[in-house]
Design a protein. Structure first.
Length: 255
């Protein structure tokens, strides 16, 4: 039986395939090993950079613990929110590290300092979240038209603030965190000051504006103020912010 030249070439080509396949496998193995080494080096560099970032986060938290001016609530709340986001981002970064460490069969890194920082930071974050929420709500309640105010919701929010302030005061006092305790007390005083007028807001939103418009003129007469015509734009701040205490002191008989 005669073989054509192309058959002979095919035969010898097939004979060489196993060695060629083995060489290709070896090349791929070396390439994969090289890529894995690069990924591991990248992981180590990220972890080193993360340690530096963690120190910055710890320093920022020390700064937040020294916040002592309740009147700076807007600035403090923004900085606290930024730190909260940094902590959350760092926790996600740790998850990424651990997933890759498992993939590379490395020991899983633990960042107990970060976990502890997150726990210690939580009451401070709660304090300034509540404080900015109350600050914004208070401005809204004082400047929104009476007819657009939902007193039931307002009352629930005030109760929410009050409950959480008490919890924070207990937590800060138990941990001997005097500075945080005093700032929270200042927050409580601000809430208490607002609470002094909450019955007035209820009276104006529920009794006068919705039920007994005839009380409107009598109210101004008792306050010895020039009466304003009731309309959809009247707010507590416009009507009484400069006269609330003198007008309503001893006049709760209206309610």
């Amino acid at each position: 039986m005669e073989y054509k030249e192309e058959d002979n070439q095919l035969y010898w080509s097939l004979r060489n395939w196993p060695s060629e396949i083995a060489q290709a496998e070896e090349d791929n193995r070396k390439s994969l090993s090289h890529q894995e080494s690069k990924f591991q080096d990248q992981l180590e560099m990220e972890k080193e950079r993360f340690q530096k970032e963690l120190k910055l986060i710890q320093n920022k938290f020390r700064e937040i613990k020294r916040f002592n001016l309740y009147e700076s609530v807007k600035e403090y709340a923004m900085e606290t929110q930024n730190l909260k986001e940094q902590i959350e981002k760092s926790l996600e970064q740790v998850k990424s590290f651990n997933e890759r460490e498992v993939l590379f069969k490395q020991s899983v890194s633990e960042y107990n300092d970060l976990n502890e920082l997150g726990t210690d930071f939580e009451p401070y974050n709660k304090l300034w979240e509540l404080a900015i929420d109350f600050d914004l709500d208070k401005q809204d309640w004082l400047t929104s038209p009476f007819l657009k105010l939902n007193f039931t919701l307002l009352d629930k929010k005030v109760s929410h603030f009050s409950r959480n302030i008490i919890l924070l005061l207990k937590k800060f006092e138990a941990a001997n965190l005097d500075q945080a305790f005093h700032v929270t007390m200042r927050f409580k005083e601000d809430l208490d000051d607002f609470n002094k007028n909450i019955w007035i807001i209820k009276f104006l939103t529920v009794e006068v504006m919705l039920k007994k418009m005839t009380l409107w003129k009598e109210l101004f007469q008792k306050c010895e103020l020039n009466p304003l015509e009731p309309n959809d734009d009247l707010t507590f701040k416009v009507c009484f912010i400069n006269h609330a205490e003198e007008c309503f002191n001893g006049k709760k008989r209206f309610v």
